[in-house]
Write a protein that binds this ligand. Structure first.
Ligand code: BTN
Length: 261
């Protein structure tokens, strides 16, 4: 592993952040296997809540369902470390917080209105711009720690085999985007929504999430663990689960890949 802590980058992001919890400490590396994996090591060492681990490139970027995540130079690949005092079933809410923070930051910084596709994808022009991998460590009915890993295609080249399904901000705007500005904005939003979450103001987060989502009323097919469920989306409940109206009645979906029909 080649790594370095880049003080200039880190200071530039921290300057003017003025957050309560998120981004008080930022650890920047040239290359990591995965910022989520490195965050696990940091947690073992007792790193404080809100620490951010960022890498210019990842050699073993991880996606949901054990998929790999392409992470070349020019993208924003980072993880946020949290110790929320919550039940594991509320874990999906952390992903919601991340997705609204990214969507709002993109809208504000770049002037583009992305959509959020359940559970965690940020979409522009029907292609994936950002993915979120939230990993929880729980004991009994309490979360011990959470790592929220966020990957955004910003100025990076999109791999040839992903061209039909993935897109970068640079492709959309036609210019290079400042990683530092975008990261600062996301961390500020994340801090705001995380505090709302800790003070149980869930409705505000859900409302914002719905304002970026076009999923309600859509006919969908959900794939999860070799199971396929068809239905019409009627809600996303307070724990972030998808609620489908199916011929057999309402079905609650915890995870899966959604295809619009
Ligand atoms: C997905 O499958 O949609 C989730 C992708 C999450 C990728 C990010 S990049 C930063 C962090 N580190 C990882 O290894 N994965 C997440």
């Amino acid at each position: 592993m080649i790594s370095r802590s880049d003080i200039a980058y880190t200071n530039e992001v921290i300057q003017g952040l003025n957050t309560e919890i998120i981004g008080k400490n930022i650890y920047h590396f040239k290359t990591l296997d995965s910022t989520n994996l490195y965050s696990k090591k940091f947690i073992k060492k007792g790193i404080q809540e809100g620490a951010v681990v960022i890498a210019d490139t990842q050699t073993c970027g991880r996606g949901r369902k054990k998929r790999s995540w392409s992470s070349p130079l020019g993208g924003l690949w980072f993880s946020v470390i949290l110790y929320p005092n919550i039940h594991p079933k509320q874990g999906m809410f952390l992903t919601m917080i991340a997705s609204v923070s990214v969507a709002q930051a993109i809208k504000k910084c770049i002037g583009i209105n992305p959509t959020i596709k359940w559970p965690n994808d940020i979409i522009i022009k029907e292609k994936k711009l950002c993915g979120i991998l939230t990993e929880l460590e729980s004991e009994k009915d309490k979360i011990k720690n959470a790592i929220v890993g966020i990957g955004i295609n910003v100025n990076n080249k999109i791999d040839r085999d992903l061209k039909d399904v993935a897109i970068s901000l640079k492709q959309v705007k036609g210019i290079d985007i400042s990683l530092i500005n975008l990261l600062s904005k996301i961390l500020k939003k994340f801090d705001y929504y995380y505090q709302q979450f800790l003070t149980k103001k869930y409705d505000n987060i859900r409302k914002t999430w719905f304002s970026f989502s076009e999923i309600i009323g859509k006919k969908v097919e959900v794939y999860d663990n070799n199971k396929i469920i068809n239905g019409i989306v009627s809600d996303v409940d307070e724990n972030g689960c998808l609620i489908l109206d199916t011929p057999k009645g309402k079905v609650q979906i915890f995870s899966g890949d959604v295809k619009y029909l």
